[in-house]
Design a protein around this ligand. Structure first.
Ligand code: FPP
Ligand code: MG
Length: 335
């Protein structure tokens, strides 16, 4: 459930650890109850995607933001609404992964087979639809229209990010600004919503809600850059999912944007040929030699630093400290 990297700093502060771990158990229960169907065929699929629930990063951030935003050191500010919204955030994330694996024709996710590889695209598309539908059904149980509106805006943004990315496939002229816009929408928007919503549900000030939203957006962007780096340099056995999909699917990610930007016309044409041939080994060799992987990682690290700075207006305490440690983990992670 919670990886050691997240757990270890939590355990330094026992009341916070109890709040987060207890909260995550409740979230799992809400989640499983929502996805119970009277049809065995549906339940079987729901159980399969349970494995997609890996780090539970979004629920953790939502609850931790709820605690940090009011300067608490224990779970006192965490209410039922936090737990439901945490489950909603994770369910939306899961729906997007099921659909993303269809788009990427991925075979492995969280060390298991993807739904599309096991059951085909039709089932995976419908399962993703069922998950997104369930997430909004669950969300309406909070009984606060504003929460539904917020999650609705977020899923709109997320889909727009994917559509923008699709519109620029096989396009080596994609620049860093557009890449960051894709990343902000497809990945960071949901993380930002989880953080700002956690604060809002705790009754935090507008200033603190905004700060936590910014923290989530910047951490989410850094997380996706690291994801794109791992897609190039990671080992499938460690990362637990199909890698090399960005090159295969014609997605131009930050390390390649930087490589093309710094290349001479001659080098540029060589790199374009490498991309055209889908020659992952040659591309990786060029990326390593040019220092562009390190440059991409440095961009992610600087986003992490500005995410941590956004927390300056959040009350001091162990929850704020843990949020800072989690931001570092977004770029340190190897899986
Ligand atoms: C991961 O990208 C993809 C996302 C964070 C968003 C995917 C969103 C959709 C497919 C839209 C579906 C929307 C709904 C509402 C169901 P990646 O391929 O770089 O990450 P990966 O390495 O984990 O596959
Ligand atoms: Mg993918």
């Amino acid at each position: 459930m919670v990886p050691p990297s997240i757990l270890s700093p939590v355990t330094r502060h026992a009341p916070l650890a109890a709040a987060i771990l207890g909260g995550l158990r409740d979230v799992e229960e809400i989640f499983a109850k929502q996805l119970r169907s009277d049809l065995p065929a549906v339940n079987e699929l729901a159980q399969h995607v349970e494995r997609y629930r890996g780090k539970m990063l979004r629920p953790t951030l939502l609850m931790l933001s709820g605690i940090a935003s009011v300067g608490a050191g224990d779970g006192a500010p965490i209410k039922k609404a936090h737990r439901i919204c945490a489950a909603v955030g994770e369910m939306i994330h899961m729906a997007t992964l099921v659909h993303d694996d269809v788009l990427d024709e991925a075979e492995t996710r969280r060390r298991g087979r993807t739904v599309n590889s096991l059951r085909g695209n039709e089932t995976a598309v419908m399962l993703g639809d069922w998950l997104i539908s369930n997430s909004f059904h669950l969300c309406s149980l909070v009984g606060d229209t504003a929460v539904n509106v917020l999650f609705g805006e977020t899923t709109n943004t997320l889909c727009e990010g994917e559509l923008l990315q699709l519109s620029r496939r096989e396009d080596p002229t994609l620049d860093e600004v557009t890449y960051m816009e894709i990343v902000r929408r497809k990945t960071a928007a949901l993380v930002a919503t989880c953080c700002s919503l956690g604060a809002r549900l705790s009754g935090a000030s507008d200033e603190v809600q905004t700060a936590l939203g910014l923290y989530g957006e910047r951490t989410g962007c850094a997380f996706q850059i690291q994801d794109d780096v791992l897609d190039l340099v990671g080992e499938e056995a460690v990362v637990g999912k199909t890698l090399g999909r960005d090159l295969e699917k014609g997605k131009t990610t930050l390390p390649v944007i930087l490589l093309l930007r710094g290349a001479s016309p001659w080098e540029r044409s060589e790199v374009l040929q490498i991309i055209h041939r889908r020659d992952g080994a040659a591309l990786l060799e060029r990326l390593r030699r040019s220092g562009c992987l390190d440059e991409a990682k440095a961009t992610a690290q600087s986003l992490v630093e500005s995410a941590k700075s956004a927390l300056d207006v959040v009350p001091e305490g162990p929850a704020r400290e843990l949020l800072r440690e989690l931001a570092d983990e977004a770029v340190r992670r190897q899986a």
